[in-house]
Design a protein around this ligand. Structure first.
Ligand code: MRU
Length: 341
């Protein structure tokens, strides 16, 4: 696969690797500061994923693949030690299957070769990255073609260049749809508590020259009732064989609202986000994060004494509420069956 990153088509390259060192833009500090971190050890890679320096399912997968290369450089011939690193890497975040998928690809390569070859692993990581760039392009084209000209769309979380290897999943469809003249209005959900929408999606859309408005989560019903949006478009962190979709907390609420208002729901994700071994969404592990994130979103330094919060950062949208799932292979409609992917 020849595909290389092209800023005019693929947006912004948020994950870079020179063969030894990973460069990540620190997404915790956007949009105020564009600060890059240089990471050359596996503990740093695991920490960057766990602490959301890099986030978004496909970007986590690409980062993990480069992490496997970095671990191989550190471990030399110590295959058992490298496998231990891979175990810890997979556990950095539980919900996005792209992480386990990328590590499994790297392990498969090592199993085939019988030893650790950092150059071969780097080539494989590059293939994973380039395939994601290509998948993003294909999904942007396929998804935007489904949208009726003149439509308004609402997106959730951040699913663009910061979250993937290329132009993005859902946000790729949005940007392509605007450029193709099919999408007339763009709304981005703020996405509490981490504010991926009002910090990261807003930053990306402004960079891409796309006009948009951010809404607070509670405004979604009123927005749909106003008739301004015809599609909700989101990404996914894991899609079960029956089409149930795990994605950023709040996606399920949007899907319920969309169905009530006659708004359609599109989920956009590469095949690396499909989990054919997971029959339905009930078995998907939902990451619970520090309750203090909820208080920080309220402008408080940490969780004040005596306060409490429940902070699941993903939810599962039943397949019955999803009108179509766009992958690089095309547009799937219900009934979904991804068991043989
Ligand atoms: O917690 P995050 O920011 O990693 O969650 C990201 C999402 O939920 C995205 O919608 C999903 O990963 C798809 S990104 C292309």
């Amino acid at each position: 696969m020849q595909s290389t990153f092209d800023e005019t088509r693929d947006g912004f390259q948020a994950v870079r690797f020179d063969g030894r060192v990973l460069e990540l833009i620190d997404q915790r500090r956007l949009p105020q500061t564009e600060h890059w971190l240089r990471i050359g050890d596996i503990d740093g890679v695991i920490g960057a994923i766990a602490d959301l320096v890099v986030r978004g399912a496909p970007a986590i997968g690409v980062t993990a693949a480069y992490g496997a290369v970095i671990a191989a450089h550190q471990r030399g011939k110590d295959l058992a030690g490298w496998h231990q690193d891979m175990e810890r890497l997979v556990q950095a975040r539980p919900t996005a299957v792209n992480l386990a998928w990328a590590v499994a690809r790297m392990r498969q390569l090592v199993a085939g070769q019988g030893d650790l070859d950092a150059d071969a692993l780097a080539a494989e990581a590059g293939r994973i990255h380039r395939a994601d760039i290509e998948a993003n392009r294909a999904m942007a084209r396929a998804g935007s073609a489904v949208i009726e000209p003149g439509s308004g769309v609402l997106t959730h979380c951040n699913t663009g260049s910061l979250a993937t290897g290329g132009i993005g999943t859902a946000l790729g469809v949005v940007i392509e749809g605007v450029r193709a003249g099919r999408i007339a209005r763009v709304f981005a959900d703020e996405t509490r508590p981490w504010l991926q929408g009002s910090r990261l999606t807003a930053w990306e859309l402004a960079r891409a020259g796309v006009e948009f408005q951010v809404i607070v989560e509670g405004a979604a019903a009123a927005l749909m009732a106003s008739g301004a949006v015809q599609w909700v478009i989101t990404g996914a962190d894991r899609i079960a064989a029956n089409g149930d979709v795990a994605n950023k907390i709040g996606t399920y609420a949007l899907a319920v609202l969309a169905r009530h208002h006659g708004v359609k729901m599109m989920v956009v994700a590469p095949s690396s986000t499909l989990d054919p071994a997971m029959p339905d969404g009930a078995g998907i592990a939902i990451e619970q994060r520090d309750p203090a994130e909820v208080w920080r979103a309220a402008g408080l330094e940490a969780m004040p004494a005596g306060f409490a919060a429940w902070n699941p950062v993903f939810d599962v949208t039943p397949a019955a509420l999803v009108d179509c799932i766009v992958t690089e292979a095309g547009v799937a409609r219900p009934p979904y069956d991804f068991s043989t992917i």
